[in-house]
Write a protein that binds this ligand. Structure first.
Ligand SMILES: O=C(/C=C/c1ccc(O)c(O)c1)N[C@@H](Cc1ccc(O)cc1)C(=O)NCCCOc1c(-c2ccc(O)c(O)c2)oc2cc(O)cc(O)c2c1=O
Ligand SMILES: [Ca+2]
Length: 482
């Protein structure tokens, strides 16, 4: 459950938060496939409660009302088309699975596919679920429960959401059927939302009943789904992420927290020379890594000061480090522009999601940020692919916020987050020649639109990054030799 089953030579996933299925399919063919992206986390595909009283907030998609594949992103047919077209382009699909709970306590009671529910009777005919399928006696998780009472965190309600009993054979059957249907359509795995709120023993049974991935979509026979469990664990709670590591991969929230601190100058970059488990992070193979995600980019979840697209120079620096370093399975966040923490995706007056427009410079419009399309970020996706399974070598730093390192003999990167210029002759570990810097530009028709780096026979080159340049990174690799 810890192998993403990316197509050969690919290594990075992007969370296309709130994108519609038709738009994702197009993005796979026109951008993600050609640029070497490995996969996509999609928003929950199952029917959710429509919450107009809060003007369609982003978290309404985390309020399941049934497992029917009908949401504002599209219907089952559009979903199946998206998975087929993306797999054909070499890009895998991972589904955000909300299996801890059903929707809870709102005055609305109609779903995105027209299903209704009667919360007072615990009645969800769209599945169907009834009173016996939810934990009893009724209780609600309080803040202190996270510290004292692991059983209450699992068996009580999160924010008033009806808490399913995954120990019930009937509930397990509904969840497993939902997930196996998605596997039959060609998905490569799942994000398990709110995993901390479910018993590891129950999750283990559910995972064991999932089918192997569908070989008709290019997966090897016997391939198990890639599963990454959302467990927010910054230490000190009654529940530890180690209980979940035994089952599948886990989201490593400390990763984004520490790199956000480092790249916003709250910690010196020099200390990243031993980045990885020595920082208290999970073992690399267990770790789904990210800088920001849909939840904490809005300021809650795993607290702290997380970098987002809103502080773009530091954000690009942190993203570049995430993609340049071999640790973990990285996930990029792709956002829409939000001005308040509740706002859902750009929508028309009928509540339909507005598609991103693609500008001539490859950026997005219509309120979509498309961080994954930023030249510096898309370029680093290629860097990570070229670096492959090499390690970190030839680390250099200036004792402060200027660092550089190689990935085997495949790639070289340098960072300057000091308030003065970096101007050094450094070992790039690359063969002699001229290389295009993929941060300040790209290689087009064998010419560099940004900086050109000349590497000598000794592998050394003069590296220069001014402290007031647009970006704080310089990156070259074997694929950018001009
Ligand atoms: O802000 C939100 C939604 C947040 C959210 C949604 C999806 C996630 O994956 C997530 O991590 C957080 N929800 C809003 C609004 C809301 C939603 C439902 C509800 O019944 C009441 C209010 C909110 O203010 N929620 C209370 C604080 C956030 O507490 C939530 C967490 C959560 C946050 C921090 C933790 O350490 C943790 O273990 C769990 O996970 C969810 C998962 C869901 O599937 C649906 C949810 O409603 C929530 C969720 O409310
Ligand atoms: Ca639960």
């Amino acid at each position: 459950y810890k192998n993403p089953h990316y197509a050969a030579g690919r290594s990075t996933m992007v969370h296309l938060f709130e994108w519609k299925w038709d738009d994702i399919a197009a993005e796979c063919e026109r951008f993600l496939g050609p640029r070497g992206f490995g996969g996509i986390q999609i928003s929950p595909p199952n029917e959710n409660l429509v919450i107009w009283s809060r003007n369609r907030p982003w978290w309404e998609r985390y309020q399941p009302i049934s497992y029917r594949l009908i949401t504002r992103s599209g219907n089952e047919n559009q979903f199946a088309n998206m998975v087929r077209r993306c797999n054909n382009a070499g890009v895998r699909i991972y589904v955000d699975a909300i299996i801890n709970h059903m929707t809870g306590t709102w005055n609305e009671n109609v779903g995105t596919g027209g299903s209704t529910a009667n919360f007072g009777d615990w009645h969800f005919p769209g599945v169907p679920y009834g009173r016996n399928d939810f934990n009893w006696p009724h209780c609600v998780i309080s803040g202190n429960d996270y510290n004292c009472c692991a059983d209450r965190v699992r068996n009580c309600e999160l924010s008033g959401l009806k808490d399913l009993n995954q120990g019930s054979e009937y509930v397990r059957e509904q969840i497993v059927n939902f997930m196996n249907h998605l596997i039959s359509l060609g998905v490569a795995g799942f994000r398990i939302d709110a995993a901390k709120h479910m018993w590891p023993g129950d999750l283990s049974v559910i995972y064991s009943r999932l089918h192997n991935l569908n070989t008709a979509h290019g997966f090897p026979s016997g391939a198990r789904p890639y599963i990454f469990q959302e467990v927010i664990d910054l230490g000190g709670e009654a529940i530890s992420r180690n209980e979940y590591i035994a089952l599948a991969a886990v989201t490593e929230f400390r990763f984004g927290l520490e790199l956000s601190r480092a790249f916003s100058q709250q910690n010196q970059l020099r200390w990243l020379s031993n980045w990885g488990p020595q920082w208290g992070l999970l073992a690399s193979g267990d770790s789904l890594t990210f800088i920001d995600n849909h939840d904490n980019q809005r300021g809650h979840g795993a607290g702290g000061n997380i970098l987002t697209y809103k502080r773009s120079k530091q954000y690009k620096g942190a993203i570049a480090f995430m993609l340049a370093h071999p640790y973990g399975q990285p996930q990029l966040m792709s956002s829409y522009d939000f001005h308040d923490t509740e706002a859902g995706p750009p929508m028309d007056h009928n509540g339909n999601i507005v598609s991103p427009s693609i500008n001539s410079d490859n950026s997005c419009g219509n309120g979509w940020i498309c961080e994954h399309r930023w030249r510096q970020i898309a370029g680093m996706v290629g860097f990570r692919n070229v670096a492959g399974n090499t390690g970190v070598n030839d680390w250099w730093d200036n004792g402060s916020n200027q660092i550089a390192f190689c990935r085997g003999g495949q790639a070289f990167i340098a960072f300057n987050n000091d308030n003065w210029g970096l101007s050094q002759t450094l070992q790039t570990c690359l063969p002699a020649g001229r290389y295009c810097d993929i941060i300040s530009g790209e290689k087009i028709n064998n010419a560099c639109t940004g900086k050109t780096i000349t590497v000598g026979n000794d592998g050394r080159a003069h590296i220069s990054i001014g402290s007031n340049e647009y970006d704080m990174v310089l990156a070259i690799h074997r694929g950018t030799q001009s």
